[in-house]
Design a protein around this ligand. Sequence first.
Ligand code: ARG
Length: 270
Amino acid sequence: MKRFLALVLALLCLALCFAGCTAAKDDKANDESTEATEAEGEGSKPKPVLKMATNAYFQPYEFYKDGKIVGIDAEIAAAIAEYLGYELVIEDMEFDTIITAVKAGSVDFGMAGMTITEDRLLEVDFSNSYATGVQSVIVKADSAITKVDDLFADGATYKAGVQQGTTGDIYATGDLGESRVTPYNNANNAVLALIGGDVDCVIIDNEPAKALVAANSGLKILDTSYADEDYAICIKKGNTELLGKINEAIVALTKDGTIDAIVAKYIPAN
Ligand code: ARG
């Protein structure tokens, strides 16, 4: 009888062990199938983030619409991110902190209608240029300043408002001297200073100048321009991998007409 009991017990153990093993195997199978589903769902995985720094008071390149940053740069950057498989995140900051942020690596790139200059090239790398710009001069409609040269005439004391750290600021400070140039944190504030009579003109890129003149009555843009420039994306020095990818995207998006279409959407041909 004892023997019989021992046999029953042994069989029971065996049965239990077998059931356990099977269950464990099933669990594993379940695990594997979860993995497989995850692998199949690759496309739905969150994309890696590409962080862009800009200064969003620069219509039509970057500006707020319904609480969102839109514009030529915002859309080209979104197209580049999409092409490269990234999710774009835009961070708005003062223009003259963009290069610092790029150098520190707190953002991946800067895109802000930023002109390629020799001095900036010492600090960051630039992508291929994706647009051109022109420095223009905004004055009051009845201003005594009728051409750019009036600013530089002997004995002229006209004061210029600029956006801090921009090429308008750099060129005007070089040509007129610091005492005749007042930097503002953004273009809107420079224009308010012009309207208020604190400065006699505002030196700024042509397209934002047009948008500012359209938004404020009693202002005009001088026919003669101040300087021609190329806009590009700035990237931390040495990040050749990202630079290469962004340039590849710019070439492809130029070739297929995407960049032209975005520019035309914001700057309709006259
Ligand atoms: N093109 C000029 C520069 O690079 C002005 C750019 C200002 N851009 C801006 N988003 N506020 O200095």
